[in-house]
Design a binder for this molecule. Structure first.
Ligand code: CUA
Length: 363
């Protein structure tokens, strides 16, 4: 337990350093004004906390009961004091309002010509689409430094909330509607992105990394990302799928054989190929295979399960899977099927991925 906490803290500090006691590192154009607002309110609070407690203690000592003589009538009111304690707080909240409102107005309207990313939240992962390049990222978001980026966000299921602490931006992500948020990163580096609205079992794992890279490398990186798998041969696809596509499956399908929301991926191909899968309808997969039936070959069953997962629910599970129709290109579907066929070459017995995207062994 302690080890987990320490390693998490180490991981967190490795990715971000250089913050203050209250705030993480400032890495966007709005961070300074947000921190300024926070500091103004904090210093006002310090001033009044110590001022009030100080006077309280002073009065307790100075006016403590010293004799047993009868107490006199206290003053009923004092106009000067009453005006002071009304006007001073009024001025203070006006200052806080003006400072806060200026920051808020700056946060809601994204600048003209921002780079657009569409964000989809789903239990329990983030998908980032770059429409300009046709590239999709899961669990990581690459953006150029020094350029405003606008996120157009929606949720597939529940209420989530996107938060990038170092950028000081945060916005709810709501099913059935769009919300937006923008930022301009000021420093190259990796930053944490979190879900900050409790959304179920793996809420705390609903994280991603924002890679801020130099603007002149950005285009090349995106073009490469969008076409990464296009030129791959079929034997290169499994390593690609386990590294780039599995993170969409990981919240429900384990790779170490343990129980989860959906069937484990360990041994999945063997179960599918032999047809030894029962459905909640009482049917068996093997009876759906063959010429003239639903699935000519087992590969078809996997393909259609990705596109229409509600059709046949595996016995013992609730059928919580969303459709990946439109989210996966045909070649990516092939890559996932190939991943199942070579699962033992990709993942060790503890569920750790053994290969990099380019097929080289991982340390
Ligand atoms: Cu998504 Cu918490």
């Amino acid at each position: 337990m302690l080890w987990t906490v320490t390693s998490l803290l180490t991981a967190a500090t490795q990715i971000e350093s250089g913050g203050t006691f209250w705030m993480p590192e400032q890495a966007s154009t709005v961070a300074q004004s947000v921190d300024f607002t926070f500091d103004v309110i904090t210093w006002i609070s310090y001033f009044f906390f110590f001022g009030i407690v100080g006077v309280l203690i002073l009065f307790m000592v100075k006016y403590r009961r010293k004799t047993h003589s009868p107490t006199t009538e206290g003053p009923t009111h004092n106009t000067t004091i009453e005006i002071v304690w009304t006007v001073v707080p009024l001025l203070l909240v006006t200052v806080i309002f003006v400072v806060g409102m200026r920051g808020y107005l700056n946060l809601v309207e994204s600048p003209e010509g921002s780079y657009e990313v569409s964000v989809t939240a789903q239990t329990w992962f983030w998908t980032f689409d770059h429409p300009e390049y046709g590239a999709t990222q899961v669990g990581e978001l690459t953006v150029p430094v020094g350029k405003p980026v606008r996120l157009l966000m929606t949720s597939q299921d529940f209420l989530h909330s996107l938060w990038i602490p170092s950028f000081r931006v945060k916005m709810d992500v709501i099913p059935g509607r769009y919300t937006t948020l923008w930022f301009e990163a000021t420093k190259v580096g990796d930053y944490r992105l979190l879900c900050t609205e409790y959304c179920g079992r793996d809420h705390s794992n609903m994280q991603a990394i924002v890679h801020v890279i130099p603007a002149d490398e950005f285009k090349e990186r995106m073009v490469k990302l969008a076409s990464e798998y296009v030129d791959m041969s079929i034997d290169e696809l499994p390593a690609y799928a386990i590294n780039r596509l599995y993170n969409r499956c990981q919240s429900c399908h384990t790779k170490d054989g343990s129980e989860s929301i959906g069937p484990t991926f360990v041994g999945l191909w063997d179960r599918v190929k032999s047809g030894d899968v029962g459905f909640t309808s009482g049917e068996k997969l093997s009876s759906l295979y063959g010429e003239g039936t639903e699935y000519v070959v087992p590969e078809n069953y996997i393909r259609l399960s990705l596109l229409n997962p509600q059709k046949h629910i595996v016995k013992g599970f609730l059928g919580a899977m969303p459709s990946f129709q439109g989210q996966l290109k045909e070649k990516q579907i092939t890559a996932i099927i190939e991943m199942f066929k070579h699962f033992d070459d990709l993942v060790d017995a503890d569920g750790n991925i053994k290969v990099n995207t380019d097929g080289t062994p991982r340390d």
